[in-house]
Write a protein that binds this ligand. Structure first.
Ligand code: LLP
Length: 435
């Protein structure tokens, strides 16, 4: 028994930047998320599970809104909802007063279900179908971000048929490639997204000629997990040749810190000021600057809990858990690095003598299904609950049922209470589309 007077153990300061705000250890060294004990969450809801600290999500949304408002009273923050398309997340972010970017009819339906006013929703996509465009127009969404000439043909026709006017932005590929993984770099000269500069000039003329279209401005999104601010300025300089518009949507892309030794991104405040100032310097005051954060809004709010199923040594140590590439594709797709810990024996500043070096793998039938290589875990054994932090962006979003794995639930925790906002998928769900 631990004596009651034993002082609380603080989360190792190296771990603080990668765990949700307010994360603590109790006196036994057990992880507490949103006031809930991680081991008890795993026992009550099972694993794998995504655990979202609601207060982290809200605080970060408020930080974005305040930072952009402080930089420019007309700036708008729009949630890039592909990062975490879950009704409860849409609901929280709608309550926090931000807008929403959707990349498909499905995300549009989800945003509406989550309570977003259609007027603050923007529709993206490089292959929008006629049905998706019609859905967006008929719903009265705030803006359609036009990607290509075929879409202009379709949009022009659909608006004429309806006798409706629609606000649009033009998606431009500014020819700028930030320093990030090639799969999440989207603004280079040869990208599938948007118009390159000569074509964009042509698109501006086409859209300006259509009386049913209100061309408000330019959009670019140069990529994701960006740690430096200069590429945004380069992109703005490139699009300045297209003319002067009331609106500049600079996309999202602000990176997050994933590992204790990983690079630190600029703060939300630095990012907001820099983006707004760059627009002011090039285009003068009075422009509406729009930002579309996905990862930087949601990633750190969430951790994933797993249970160890086996510990073995085949040359190196292998610790296998009950999830993997079905709940987190990022290590496989982008060689993304994560930290991992045992929730009941969290790492401290001093590495313990019983720490072992191991590859933590998923349960899937692929050698590449490794969640964390060379993880340092404290005496891992079967039944231990493990935690990977920073899984709130593109985790749930890209989850899949490979190997017949039902997808994990999403659990919101707040002030010591936990509630399921997305239930665990069942085996019956796996057959639910059979006819
Ligand atoms: N705006 C547009 C038009 C986008 O395409 C994206 C992301 C964002 C905003 C938000 O970017 P963020 O702030 O999250 O970097 N699955 C990948 C990320 C793909 C991002 C796609 N577009 C990953 O897990 O890293």
């Amino acid at each position: 028994m631990i004596p009651a007077a034993m002082p609380a153990v603080h989360l190792d300061p190296r771990l603080t930047p990668i765990y949700p705000l307010g994360t603590e250890l109790d006196e036994r060294g057990r992880l507490q998320l949103g006031g809930c004990d991680a081991l008890e969450l795993a026992a009550e809801f099972g694993t794998p599970a995504y655990v979202v600290v609601e207060q982290d999500l809200r605080t970060r949304a408020q930080a974005f809104v305040e930072a952009f408002r402080a930089a420019s009273p007309t700036a708008q923050v729009v949630f890039a909802s592909k990062a975490f398309p879950c009704t409860a997340v849409y609901r929280v972010l709608a309550e926090e007063g931000i807008g929403c970017d959707v990349a498909s009819g499905g995300e549009l339906a989800s945003a509406l279900r989550g309570g977003f006013d259609p007027a603050v929703i923007h529709l993206h996509g490089n292959a929008k179908s006629e049905e998706e465009l019609s859905f967006a127009i008929d719903t009265g969404i705030g803006a359609i971000v036009v990607d290509n000439h075929d879409e202009i043909d379709r949009l022009t026709r659909l608006l004429a048929e309806r006798g409706r006017r629609q606000a649009v932005l033009i998606r431009v590929a500014p020819g700028v490639s930030p320093d990030t993984h090639p799969s999440i770099s989207t603004g280079g000269p040869n990208t599938k997204f948007g118009f390159n500069l000569p074509e964009a000039a042509h698109a501006v003329r086409r859209l300006q000629a259509d009386p049913n279209v209100e061309l408000r401005g330019i959009h670019f999104h140069i990529g994701s997990q960006i740690m430096e601010l200069a590429p945004f300025g380069a992109a703005l300089r490139a699009v300045s040749e297209l003319g002067d518009f009331p609106v500049y949507n600079l996309g999202g892309g602000l990176g997050v810190q994933y590992t204790t030794d990983g690079p630190e991104p600029p703060s939300i405040e630095e990012y907001a000021i820099a983006k707004v100032r760059m627009v002011e310097e090039l285009f003068g005051p009075g422009k509406t600057v729009i930002d579309e954060p996905g990862r930087a809004l949601t990633a750190r709010s969430t951790v994933t809990l797993y249970t160890v199923q086996s510990v073995k040594q085949n040359v190196v140590n292998w610790v296998a858990v009950d999830g993997g590439m079905s709940d987190n594709l990022r290590p496989m797709l982008y060689d993304a690095r994560y930290e991992i810990d045992v929730v009941s024996r969290m790492r401290t500043r001093e590495d313990a003598p019983d720490d072992v070096l191991a590859h933590v793998t998923g349960k899937h039938c692929e050698s590449g299904d490794v969640l964390v290589r060379d993880a340092r875990l404290n005496a891992p054994r079967v039944g231990d609950v493990l935690v990977t932090p920073v899984t709130g962006a593109y985790g749930h979003a890209m989850a899949n049922t490979y190997n017949g794995s039902p997808r994990p639930p999403v659990i919101f925790v707040k002030d010591g209470d936990a509630r399921v906002v997305v239930r665990r998928e069942t085996r019956e769900d796996l057959f639910s589309r059979d006819v």
